[in-house]
Design a protein around this ligand. Structure first.
Ligand code: 1CP
Length: 321
């Protein structure tokens, strides 16, 4: 997750010359950024350089990555009429630049490492569409959800369809696994997840499963939702650092894999302490097949690069034993 992010000096150098959307929309540059972490660290997979919000721009809502402000949607979707106004066009056309990035990155990667594609899950995409930006309490999102459930479900259906088309197009272009980011779904309690999110995730994940590539279903703050997320689908469930990996895997059962779950802020600790954290997580996984070591969320921009290198080495060393 966010391997390139803003923590690599090579990435920051590119960003000094190009806007974020410009980087995403220029396949040669986006493929280059995808490969940056692979060139620096002996990691086992590359993640496509793109953003979950790119699918929203062709819907006509005015997406901008404002300086220092994070993403902004200039025309948020708050009513039934707003949902009806979302424009529709084939992702093969509107997101052709992502598909070309995938082809370029795959050609460069060869047999060195597989490429992971990704998309936003409907709830997390809806939260940006409705709020217009990142949020703390999701007041507008939940107001629409509770106040006009039909409009909410229409919006979620539309986002689920787009997500499926987009992920299938990424797979056709060459990604070898996909991750669905439901980063902010942890703001919901289990009853609301069951009613307002689960049916859409189940439909989307079932459609994606037919393509036959592994699917990682990721969220944060989801310790109360893990069984429901597993029921929605995915081969692997993403865990953040707020849960004990062994306990969470026990709840999920042996039928699914897990990904996680180092606290991204643990990378600010001295290397010996990072190693101890990694050892503890690997101990909880206990060598069972189906564990993908990862952070519980993205690499933070201020993370010391040498600490990431120390983590990658520690994980390889400790899991080879
Ligand atoms: O290596 C990589 O960088 C991977 C590519 C990647 C991925 C997987 C980026 C690049 N973004 C994402 C996913 C993404 N984007 C998610 C889901 C993952 C997560 O939970 O972190 C979300 C929620 C976003 C939305 C987003 N994009 C935000 C806002 C987060 C929030 O708090 O609301 C921001 C700041 C971005 C911009 C962005 N995306 C990616 C990068 C490198 C950046 C920084 C842009 C810059 O250089 O200024």
């Amino acid at each position: 997750m966010r391997q390139a992010g803003r923590f690599l000096p090579e990435y920051r150098a590119l960003r000094a010359q190009h806007g974020f959307l410009e980087l995403c929309k220029t396949p040669a540059l986006a493929a280059e950024v995808t490969l940056l972490p692979i060139r620096r660290f002996p990691v086992d997979a590359a993640i496509l350089f793109a953003d979950i919000l790119l699918v929203l721009e062709p819907m006509g809502v005015g997406l901008e990555f404002a300086k220092g402000d994070g993403p902004v949607i200039h025309h948020p979707v708050r009513t039934r009429e707003d949902v009806g106004r979302l424009t529709r066009a084939p992702v093969q056309m509107t997101l052709a630049f992502v598909l070309e990035t995938i082809r370029l990155a795959r050609a460069e990667l060869g047999a060195r490492a597989p490429l992971i594609g990704f998309a936003g899950a409907p709830f997390t995409l809806a939260s940006y569409l409705v709020e217009g930006r990142g949020s703390r309490n999701y007041v507008h999102t939940k107001t629409l959800m509770y106040g006009d459930p039909r409009a909410w479900h229409a919006l979620m259906e539309r986002l689920a369809e787009t997500t499926v088309d987009y992920v299938q197009a990424q797979i056709a272009a060459g990604v070898q696994a996909v991750q669905l980011f439901d980063s902010w779904v942890g703001c919901l309690g289990p009853d609301d997840y069951r009613e307002y999110v689960l049916p859409h995730m189940r439909a989307a994940l079932a459609a994606i499963a037919t393509a036959g590539v592994p699917v990682i279903h990721f969220g944060t703050g989801t310790s109360a939702l893990l069984e429901l997320m597993r029921d929605a689908g995915g081969d692997v469930i993403g865990l953040d650092w707020r849960v004990d990996l062994a306990e969470a895997w026990g709840r999920l059962g042996p039928g699914v894999g897990v990904q996680g779950n180092l606290d991204p802020v643990a990378l600010f600790a001295p290397p010996e302490e990072i190693r101890r954290h990694a050892a503890r997580i690997l101990g909880r996984a206990g060598g069972r097949p189906g564990h993908i070591f990862n952070l519980g969320h993205g690499v933070l921009p201020e993370t010391p690069v040498e600490h990431v290198a120390a983590l990658v080495d520690a994980v390889h060393e400790l899991s080879a034993r």
